[in-house]
Design a protein around this ligand. Structure first.
Ligand code: 3HC
Length: 687
């Protein structure tokens, strides 16, 4: 069956692409397009060609599933050349997303007309490749060098109506969004007919358009791209290539980026980024069997976390009742929310109207009866079992029977919290990461008696909140914080063994983590984890277990909020003062810890081994059911470099034998309890 349909409407040949779900340019689609173009070109009755797509979107790029194999002919540049050199005018009718190879196709058409809601983008760099069919070069001619380079190097999609990209389209078809594609098609055909009648349509190759280089500050652009690309080297490679080729024709420059595209496809970075892309899709909730019945939400606690959770729901259009114990705490919490929304508005992230609507969706209350009718309550109160149990007992008393009762606890046993109610099947964990309205990760904690329908509803809800959700079981810290604690334990142990604060943070920044782990502790407050751990006995087999944090907390160094933590924040650039060096040395000496020599590589390797060790245990104990969840947690919860794919992806490259040998060494030094023997072959694929 062909993936394209053609028909004639008067003198206009309509070529419709129909390759769901996103009209990706698979080898079959490329081939079917070429065949259809040949047939249309032979028809002398054709005055113009209208290219459009069935379904919710225009072409969303090359078919990424083909990237692991050898590229198969016909290749995209051949389709593009055929379109660009077509004997009659070619008009692309755009809607939905026009991405990657899809934008390259559109840019090679002679005219573009679009639904104003359309998004355009060149996301190739986020997959570790570059636009491989001259998309960047043609966009330079359509929207200017700087705008095109920004689009291609950022990988981000923009609205077609964004002023910088105005010149991309010849017409926007209406100010309303289209509920029916037929309506858009009818408008598109009408536009082509009128233009034909006026004699305004002629074949014109974008590649032949003059290039207005304008005033581009390449140095500043390079620095900006390097900053935002973080550990992904591809945006800067693309930038350098485009800058070098500026004086070349589109065809010559396109052949260079094509070569780069083919070379990068098989690189480790591209494989890691593809892995990240597909695991996000794999772990997304499937379409729900039942429609999601959550309209109104209650949030208990208007502190930093509760407020951010309320924002997260209001951002997604939910009505929220924010509950606090006192009027004073409530008005302070509501004020913080207002300030935050106004800040987003001032920075241009949302409009004043969006700001007002979202603020109006959040209503405060100090009366539990105001959450009686909500469909979901999320408790974000103080991290204490006693406090949480009393809140859940109260919620059980007041909330309607169908309400889902969720806790945002980071560490506490949800089975015990559920026991405070007569409906443990309705109790679930919804563990947000701070700041809850920004961080993508959401852990859905499936407690022993949580009903499957409740878990499914939370997975559907996560999608609406635009979160990347993982469903996990109950254990101390669940999957995410448990693994992060193991990472933190290894870092503190290395401090005791002689690694310096700066060495550790710099090594992890060099690895590509978004922040150094000790700077993170300072930011979140060293006392937070310390207080959580204080509720449990210190593991007797691990004498140094977070002893550095304890020493800092005892010295009043709680992090940024006290001006002193691992770093001293009294100057513009935080420094490590002698007091911290002495404190750490003292703890190490008291414990008789042997000092070692560390470098960037040894620090990175130790932390990586710790991540894998705990991840394997989390999988083995069934806390997560898919190993991909581990990578998702690190990528979206803890700033793990996406270009490295996640710890489990890295472990596959590292090799099981090598991992086992290194863990064995650590086991000899620190004992079986900290470095247990693991059947890694069960969790890590090997070629
Ligand atoms: N190739 C193959 N499959 C793709 C795909 C692509 N380019 N884009 C999306 N899909 C698949 C997804 O894996 C998913 O499959 P599943 O249903 O089996 O899980 C399905 O299409 C629907 O995708 P989403 O769930 O992501 O749907 P959304 O509506 O949320 O988002 C989207 C749609 C914005 C198009 C998003 O999928 C996306 O960003 N896709 C990637 C687009 C991209 O990166 N294109 C560039 C490819 S590289 C290229 O074009 C090279 C060229 O220069 C030569």
């Amino acid at each position: 069956m062909s993936l394209v349909n053609t028909r004639m409407v008067g003198q206009i040949a309509v070529l419709e692409i129909n390759s769901p779900p996103v009209n990706a340019l698979s080898v079959q689609l490329r081939s079917d397009m070429l065949k259809a173009l040949t047939t249309i070109a032979e028809n002398t009755d054709v005055a113009a060609l209208l290219l459009h797509c069935a379904g919710s979107t225009f072409i969303c790029g090359a078919d990424i599933r083909e990237f692991d194999a050898e590229p198969l002919s016909p290749h995209l540049p051949e389709v593009i050349a055929r379109l660009e050199n077509f004997p009659v005018p070619v008009v692309a009718l755009l809607h939905g997303h026009v991405l990657g190879g899809g934008l390259e196709v559109a840019a090679a058409c002679h005219y573009r007309i679009a639904d104003p809601q359309t998004n355009i983008g060149l996301p190739e760099v986020s997959l570790g490749v570059v636009p491989g069919a001259g998309g960047a070069q043609r966009m330079m001619r359509l929207v200017g060098v700087e705008n095109a380079v920004q689009l291609a190097t950022s990988g981000r999609a923009v609205k077609v109506t964004q002023p910088e990209y105005n010149a991309f389209c010849d017409a926007l078809l209406s100010d309303t969004s289209f509920s029916h594609l037929e309506g858009l098609l009818a408008l598109g055909l009408h536009w082509v007919e009128l233009a034909l009648q006026k004699g305004e349509l002629v074949p014109r190759a974008t590649a032949n358009m003059a290039l207005d280089q304008g005033e581009v500050d390449w140095e500043a652009l390079t620095a900006k791209v390097a900053r935002s690309a973080k550990s992904n080297p591809v945006p800067n490679k693309l930038l350098a290539q485009l800058q070098r080729d500026l004086c070349l024709s589109v065809q010559e420059s396109e052949s260079h980026t094509r070569h780069l595209f083919l070379e990068l496809r098989q690189s480790l970075v591209a494989k890691a980024l593809r892995h990240a892309f597909f695991l996000e899709k794999k772990l997304q909730a499937p379409r729900g069997k039942q429609p999601l019945r959550i309209d109104q939400v209650g949030v208990i606690g208007a502190g930093t976390m509760g407020g951010a959770i309320a924002i997260c729901f209001a951002d997604a259009g939910f009505k929220v009742v924010l509950l606090e114990q006192s009027e004073q705490a409530l008005s302070a919490g509501l004020e913080r929310i207002k300030v935050q929304y106004q800040g987003s508005c001032d920075k241009g992230r949302i409009t004043q109207q969006q700001c007002d609507v979202r603020i109006s969706l959040i209503n405060g209350s100090c009366d539990y009866s105001d959450v009686a009718d909500v469909d979901l309550v999320i408790e974000a109160a103080f991290e204490s079992m006693e406090v949480k149990q009393s809140i859940f007992a109260k919620l059980d008393e007041v909330c309607k029977k169908s309400s889902i009762l969720a806790t945002n606890t980071s560490y506490l046993d949800i089975n015990l919290i559920a026991q405070a109610t007569a409906r443990p099947e309705s109790v679930v964990g919804m563990h947000f990461f701070s700041p809850a309205n920004i961080m993508k990760l959401l852990e859905i904690v499936n407690a022993d008696q949580t009903a499957p329908a409740v878990v499914e509803a939370m997975q559907q809800l996560a999608k609406k909140l635009r979160k990347q959700a993982v469903t996990v079981g109950v254990c101390f810290g669940f999957a995410a914080n448990r693994m992060y604690s193991r990472y933190g334990r290894e870092i503190q142990q290395m401090l005791l063994e002689g690694a310096s604060v700066e060495q550790i943070d710099n090594a992890m920044l060099d690895f590509g983590m978004a922040m150094g782990p000790l700077a993170v502790l300072d930011l979140s407050g060293i006392d937070i984890g310390h207080n959580a751990r204080a509720q449990y006995p210190q593991p007797e087999y691990d004498p140094g277990y977070f002893k550095v944090s304890t020493a800092l907390v005892n010295a009043g160094r709680l992090g940024r909020k006290t001006g002193l933590g691992f770093y001293n924040y009294s100057t513009a650039k935080p420094t490590v003062d002698q007091e911290v060096v002495v404190l750490i040395k003292k703890v190490g000496d008291e414990l008789g810890i042997t000092q070692q020599h560390f470098n960037t590589e040894s620090i990175q390797q130790r932390t990586f081994l710790a991540m894998i060790s705990e991840a394997a245990q989390v999988i083995e104990e069934g806390i997560v059911s898919e190993k991909e969840a581990i990578d998702l947690i690190w990528l979206h919860g803890y700033g793990f470099p996406r270009a490295k794919g996640g710890p489990m992806f890295m472990a596959e490259q590292y090799g099981i034998a090598s991992l086992q040998a290194k863990m064995e060494k650590m086991r000899e030094l620190q004992g079986e309890k900290i470095w247990p023997s693991l059947e890694l072959a069960q969790y890590i694929n090997q070629d």
